[in-house]
Design a protein around this ligand. Sequence first.
Ligand code: 6PG
Length: 630
Amino acid sequence: MVIIVFGVSGCGKSTIGQLLADQLNMPFHDADFYHPPANVAKMSNGEPLSDHDRIPWLEILTSNIRDWDKDGGAVLACSALKENYRAMLSSSGNVSWVYLAGSYKTIRERLIKRRKHFMNPRLLDSQFEILEEPDYGIRIDIDSSPHLIVKEIMDRLHQEKVQFGIIGMGVMGKNLALNLAEKGETVSIYNRHVAGSEEGVAQAVSDQHSELPLQPFDDLEKFVQGLESPRVIMLMIPAGKAVDMQIEQLEPLLSKGDVIVDGGNSFFKDSERRAMELKEKGLHFLPMGISGGEEGARKGPSLMPGGTAEGYNHLKTYLEKIAALDKKGKACITHVGTGGAGHFVKMVHNSIEYAEMQLLAEIYSLMHQGWGFGPERIADILEDWAGYGLNSYLLEITVCILRKKDGEEFLLDKILDQAEQKGTGGWSVNVALEYGVPYGPLAEAVMARNISARKPQREKLAKKIAFKPDPGFVFDEKPEILRNAFAMVSLINHTVGFDLIKTVSDEHDWGIDLSETARIWTNGCIIRSALMEDLVDVFKENSSLLEAKQSLELFGKSQHDLAFVVTQAIESGHAIPVISSALNYYLSSITASSSANLIQAQRDFFGAHTYQRTDKERGTYFHTDWQAND
Ligand code: 6PG
């Protein structure tokens, strides 16, 4: 942190700044010594500096503040009389303001005594004229002795309120708090008190990490009161009713301009409603998708905030500190769009996540059940695929899972095959239906979890129906066929997900940038991958992934392999819902003349729903009495 001690010339900022720096064991800098010579000459001649004169000086200081902040902090004595100068200075680092306030008379007397200094006492009038007193930071009256002033500043610095609070010390909330505190921010943490099950939770987190600046609470009122306005409060609690209940408890304790961030996996329409309701009360609501699980939260997640741009600006600097970094060192965070856009994008992220997980599960099943390969051999093959530009976080963890032993056996072989879910995948399917977006492969990933959950029924039927495939599963000689199919399905999964983002964003006028969305998904999140890296550039030139040059090349190379895998696998009795649906999606998408003419005719037959004709102008509708004699 850089502490800027400021006020008009003669207020004592150099003396106080130096003493304060000694107390804090930090370097001291005097902004006066960073003035270009032309400014020094002007001031010595009694000429006031213009805003124009101050710009190069402020730029030098701003860049130094950035470095001092990175190097562990400093104390700077600087006049910083106007709000726009202060805004410029605080833009480059973590700045704390200490304003030395004194009357014109006191300061004039001091200045007259200070003959060695280049500041001409006549300039004092002009300084008081432009002085804009702040309503933030620490304000100290300069009437007492320097040592007492420094003592007061030290006391006030220690009690200075924190701005950022996190509610909910579950896995994600706790790790985000630790991540932010590790970056030097003091974080207030709150967890409710539930007798017998949630007692002293925040205190325990703080005790376990006593080296970090965490302020624990289990009293909501005290937690809110301890936060500086505008307060930033992040909810890390389960989605649904809990969020509404928490907001209801918070609202009466908050002030206009405060920001509530919902970092859970809330349904975006709920988030839109909450944003509207809170806007009417003068509060900012920021629905924010967070991906990366426990490790991401602690070391760097991918962050997808929505809500108002103003609300986002209040917490941008905090969030940029905790987010993962992309390849170019830029934080994996962007203001996705207004309203519920952040949660919407996270929902689609999860939908792609479901499909990519299911794709890997189907590939594993083909190799395991079809070829009889053991987990380690499958792990070797998948590891090899990573070298073909198919690497991803999900592929990496799958390799790890496949190799994990439980005693002499593989742990995976002992895990019950019933997949659970918390709803985001299903919400995406509903939304795709609502907006008319073809969503087969991603929907199938949800259905696959649903059917997996019916374990008893599956077991019962498996005993009754023994499906013996003939011919066998024949492409074991050529795992590259499976690899090509895998690459194509993965691309189709992403095509489908990004198509939903584009369609809904256009409808809501959210202006979601697909390339930027791919960028913030290149690190920190669960679906980070080599493909995602490519998509950052692909979406700069194409809005439809299906039509992109790179996709057409991959399709040209892999479509026959995908068709071969699907036919062979199905014929051999393997359920491959995502892989086969991806092929159907692809074939349907590239078919210029489909069979929907028959659907239209059937609709018109039984319901007089009308149809358009290929031999007439589009937009004109016809009805036929299908049973009339010609
Ligand atoms: C992430 C994950 C995370 C969570 C899933 C799990 O991006 O970090 O998506 O949000 O692990 O929501 O969802 P299911 O329980 O529905 O599989």
